[in-house]
Design a protein around this ligand. Structure first.
Ligand code: GDP
Length: 510
């Protein structure tokens, strides 16, 4: 009787080592009990502790400064909504295409390289806004060297301008100021420079060290000056990297391509990436099958600061995750296994605590019962105890999740990791201030699936898609289950829509 054995196990299990040594139960039997009773954790922990040690991959110590070579800057564009970040990025990318760099179809890589006539290069991260920036930083990724702060000359310093300054400052990343929309009649760049003094962004005209360039992202005027100011700042920063040895880098974007499988964009930070390299990132690994740039051109190698698309991942790592090269596939598997194991341990910490408490309780009870049952064989003892305790189940009842009626369950799907994260960040900020709570049931990258619809159906939720599709079959299935699917191509529209949906669900106050 397995329950009987369970009781016995709890009574004797001071630890699994001792149990194995002294208990009349064999390993198979213990495992069976553990499987049946949800004590799996304890088993795996003790078992793993015996056989496992930390075999994680880590960054190398800093290189000898003599070995470092100059590298180009990596730039993030930040600023208030509608001040022209996207327009600026598009224009910068176009200049590159116009300059004849295009080899194939432009790829959304999350980053692109601009070559200046001087030969200097700048890498731009092209998910604008501080949501993406802070999401990367939250993972400990330090990719950005310089922030270009875009402020519209007709609008001046706004809420997200101030937030962007704070983010750049927290990350100790210097700012170049781009005063945008200077083509407009009502543009007043001087006013912007004055306003920024209050936030300790002091432009050169005012005796500070922040370069400011008056631009028009729309007409493209003065963008060369902006790029030159960026390069001048980069030179002052003396950005350098070690181009030798195993690669270190950061994932800036990741998505699944229908033909090529999981694809990531990486910014290489150390070493030189080549075909055949074995990489680990988060709980994924890759044998680099091929590399390409934002124009789809195949690359034979990628040096520090270069954005590069990498094919050959076994799974999809997340934006912001650290990439490290390891010596073999075996080593890569070992690292990934270790990380998965560690994550599991983290998740199970609370469960372990509960099991430990249970074990103590039972040991105590066992001591008390010793007199009563002491003379009996362990099997009889356990059986009697089991009978006695049948009333109070020792197993943890599955927690019942009560759902507040005033909750909007949502599912969020996006085209790439970065956009999903940006939406989640926004959702986070809106959620706190509402009477109606958002309940994020599920999120992920890719088109709307049957699974999403089923989840939404179960929870009475709404599916929000950003730059993704829902096939006819999915639409029909959703209609049948009365599930709303809302597809958007502009993040702010999506969030507005979400707010509207929330207000519908607010209780009527009569
Ligand atoms: P973002 O929210 O910061 O990415 O801003 P967008 O790039 O989407 O720009 C918001 C609006 O401002 C769009 O209608 C753009 O066409 C417009 N815009 C952007 N840059 C300029 C500019 O230099 N001059 C003018 N007149 N309009 C601009």
């Amino acid at each position: 009787d397995i329950d009987c054995v369970y009781e016995a196990l709890l009574n004797t299990a001071v630890d699994v080592d001792a149990l194995e040594a002294s208990s009349p139960l064999d390993e198979g039997c213990i495992k069976e009990v553990i499987r049946k009773t949800g004590m799996k954790l304890k088993w795996s922990k003790l078992k793993q502790d015996k056989v496992r040690e930390n075999k994680d991959a880590v960054r190398r110590p800093p290189a000898d400064p003599a070995l470092l070579t100059p590298r180009s800057p990596v730039v993030t564009i930040m600023g208030h909504v509608d001040h022209g970040k996207t327009t600026l990025l598009d224009k910068l990318r176009q200049t590159q295409v116009a300059a004849g760099e295009a080899g194939g179809i432009t790829q959304h890589l999350g980053a692109f390289l601009v070559s200046l006539p001087s030969g200097d290069k700048i890498t731009f991260l092209d998910t604008p806004g501080h949501a993406a920036f802070s999401a990367m930083r939250a993972r400990g990724a330090h990719v950005t060297d310089i922030v270009i702060l875009v402020v519209a000359a007709d609008d001046g310093v706004m809420k997200q301008t101030v937030e962007s300054i704070r983010h750049a400052r927290d990350a100790r990343v210097p700012i170049v100021l781009a005063i945008n929309k200077c083509d407009k009649a009502e543009a007043d760049p001087e006013r912007v420079r004055k306003e920024l003094l209050a936030y300790e962004v002091v432009c050169e005209d005012y005796g500070g060290d922040v370069q400011s360039v008056d631009i028009s992202a729309l007409t493209g005027s003065n963008l060369t000056a902006l790029a030159e100011a960026t390069i001048a700042l980069a030179e002052m920063l003396e950005l350098k990297a070690d181009p030798c040895g195993p690669v270190e880098g950061t994932v800036v974007e990741s998505f699944t391509d229908k033909g090529r499988g999981p694809v990531t964009t990486a910014i290489i930070q150390r070493g030189t990436l080549r075909k055949g390299s074995i990489l680990v990132a988060g709980k994924c690994w890759a044998k680099v099958r091929s590399m390409f740039d934002e124009n789809g051109k195949v690359l034979s190698e990628a040096c520090p600061s270069m954005p590069v698309g990498i094919i050959g991942w076994r799974d999809l790592p997340s934006a912001g995750e650290e990439i490290l090269e390891v010596e073999s596939e075996t080593r890569a598997r070992e690292v990934v296994d270790w990380r998965k194991y560690e994550q599991e341990q983290e998740k199970n910490k609370d469960d372990l605590k509960i099991i430990e408490e249970k074990r103590k309780e039972h040991q105590e009870a066992h001591r008390k019962d010793r007199d009563q049952y002491g003379s009996l064989h362990w099997k009889e003892r356990s059986y009697l105890k089991y009978q006695a305790k049948k009333e109070h189940k020792v197993f943890r009842p599955k927690e019942k999740v009560e759902r507040d009626s005033n909750v909007l369950p949502i599912i969020i799907k996006g085209d790439v990791d970065g956009s999903v994260e940006a939406i989640l960040d926004l959702v986070d900020t809106y959620d706190a201030s509402h009477e109606c709570k958002l309940d994020l049931v599920h999120f992920g990258v890719g088109d709307i699936t049957e699974n999403d619809v089923n989840l939404a159906g179960t929870f009475g939720g709404v599916i929000y898609g950003f730059n993704v599709n829902a096939s006819n079959a999915i639409q029909q299935s959703a209609a049948k289950k009365q599930v709303k699917i809302k597809l958007h191509k502009i993040i702010y529209r999506l969030v507005e829509d979400l707010q509207e949906e929330l207000s519908i669900r607010l209780p009527c106050i009569v």
